[in-house]
Design a protein around this ligand. Structure first.
Ligand code: S3P
Length: 435
């Protein structure tokens, strides 16, 4: 499906995001291996989270949705049933990597596969440390799904992660639940800590100190009620839209405010963005609150490796913002973007050039020269939801019409994207669908 988008000015209103995707995956998985029933409110509507739900159902987990609450009937650490067919993680790296951590220590074999994009994403990063823990997994050329997992006894380990990845960290923490003894993981840079926070919520004792996490195996998880905050990564597209579109003020309610996810907002504030955060006082582990943003003039910035994990998913939309910031913006230390749902450095650079922007693609980042007028263009989404949404925001301020090709991939994280955007656009017919 292709979507044609026209420029707009004046966005205003109060909106909410669907449930955070990262937190939703974890809530389903921990609910599945806990004792008794976990109630989840505001579970993400994304296709990625549906992939996790589908895989867990194949493993024998009863998951029921009723009046906005998702009930997960936990079966304990060792209650999964052997899946009769391969488990399909679809487009979701989080589903594949975290579920692998849960499956290595079972007493059955399982196959985990995914769509064409996921089957091209690197898995060695989890296979190598998992094999040190005793896991037995066969992968295509030692790196790619399908993963043939042979359930086996798991042993604790001490591991320093060579790349900053919350998916790798979480996969190892999942496996560590099945290990005898204490597993310790060292991170070289802080990544999102939803797994650590939620394990504590499920009554697991976990020690977190600076960049070191230790967890003892064989602890029982106790079911919990989880209220998932709005997805701050989905919110980034609306923050950007309001910042860049003239005469705009938008408030996003009940968004996750976990500090490990707020790099994008901190960077925008340094660039001059008017963003006000109102946290809600609650006793939940995951902080949340309202964010209000106004159209603001922006100046350029330099981002290096330490900042990248805190805004890794926001870099496509950040590149659009950089084209509207005065001066030269440089991003380095972001090679991980080449291993996401698409090669995002390639996709950003190709599509910004299509819109007439001067950009230098680096091996591990990009240099963008602002401020440049964007021109309506044909955009290749590379079947990547965040590329499609980033350039849908670019279309708001481009001259002429922008067409996003294969825009249906947006449902991977936010099926409601265009409805929400339409609800704050005051002055035009933003989109037309061309099938
Ligand atoms: C995620 C971690 C990040 C992020 C992804 C979700 C998670 O991936 O890009 O969208 O839920 O743990 P990496 O940990 O591989 O960087």
């Amino acid at each position: 499906m292709n979507i044609s988008l026209s420029p707009c000015f004046n966005l205003s209103g109060i909106i909410s995001m669907n449930g955070d995707k990262s937190i939703s995956h974890r809530a389903l998985m921990f609910g599945a291996i806990a004792q008794s029933v976990t109630h989840i409110t505001n579970l993400s509507t994304s296709e990625d989270v549906s992939s996790t739900e589908r895989c867990l159902k194949q493993l024998g987990i009863k998951i029921v949705r009723q009046e906005g609450v998702t009930m997960v009937h936990g079966v304990g650490l060792r209650g999964f049933q052997r899946p009769l067919r391969p488990l399909d993680a679809g487009n979701s790296g989080t589903t594949m990597r975290l579920l692998t951590g849960l499956l290595v220590g079972q007493d059955f074999d399982a196959i985990l596969t995914g769509d064409e994009s996921l089957r091209k994403r690197p898995m060695k990063r989890i296979l190598e440390p998992l094999s040190r823990m005793g896991a037995s997994i066969k992968a295509t050329t030692g790196n790619f799904a399908p993963l043939n997992i042979h359930g086996s006894p798991i042993f604790s380990t001490t591991y320093t992660m060579p790349i900053a990845s919350a998916q790798v960290k979480s996969c190892l923490l999942m496996a560590a639940l099945y290990a005898r003894g204490v597993t310790t993981i060292h991170e070289n840079a802080a990544t999102r800590n939803h797994t650590e926070l939620m394990l504590a919520d499920f009554n697991v004792k976990i020690d977190v100190e600076a960049h070191r996490i230790s967890i003892k195996g064989d602890q029982q998880l106790l079911a919990n009620d989880i209220a998932v905050p709005g997805d701050v990564s989905s919110a980034s597209f609306f923050l950007a839209a309001a910042l860049l579109t003239p005469n705009s003020t938008v408030t996003i309610r009940n968004v996750g405010l976990n500090p490990t996810r707020l790099g994008f907002i901190r960077v925008l504030q340094k660039m001059g963005a008017q963003i006000v955060i109102n946290p809600v006082i609650s006793n939940q582990q995951e902080p949340f609150g309202d964010i209000t943003v106004r159209t603001s003039p922006l100046r350029s910035i330099t981002l290096t490796a330490e900042t990248i994990p805190s805004l890794i998913d926001e870099l496509p939309i950040f590149a659009i913002i950089a084209s509207q910031a005065k001066g030269v913006t440089t991003v380095t230390g972001a090679k991980e973007l080449r291993f996401k749902e698409s090669d995002r450095l390639r996709a950003i650079s190709h599509n910004l050039k299509q819109m007439g922007v001067e950009i230098n693609e680096l091996d591990d980042g990009f240099i963008i020269y602002g401020i440049q007028q964007l021109k309506g263009a044909h955009i290749d989404s590379y079947h990547d939801h965040r590329i499609a949404m980033a350039f849908s925001v670019a279309a708001l301020i481009a001259s002429g019409v922008t067409t996003i090709h294969d825009a249906e991939c947006i449902s991977i994280s936010m099926p409601e994207f265009f409805q929400v955007m339409d609800s704050i656009i005051q002055n035009s017919n933003y989109y037309t669908t061309i099938v």
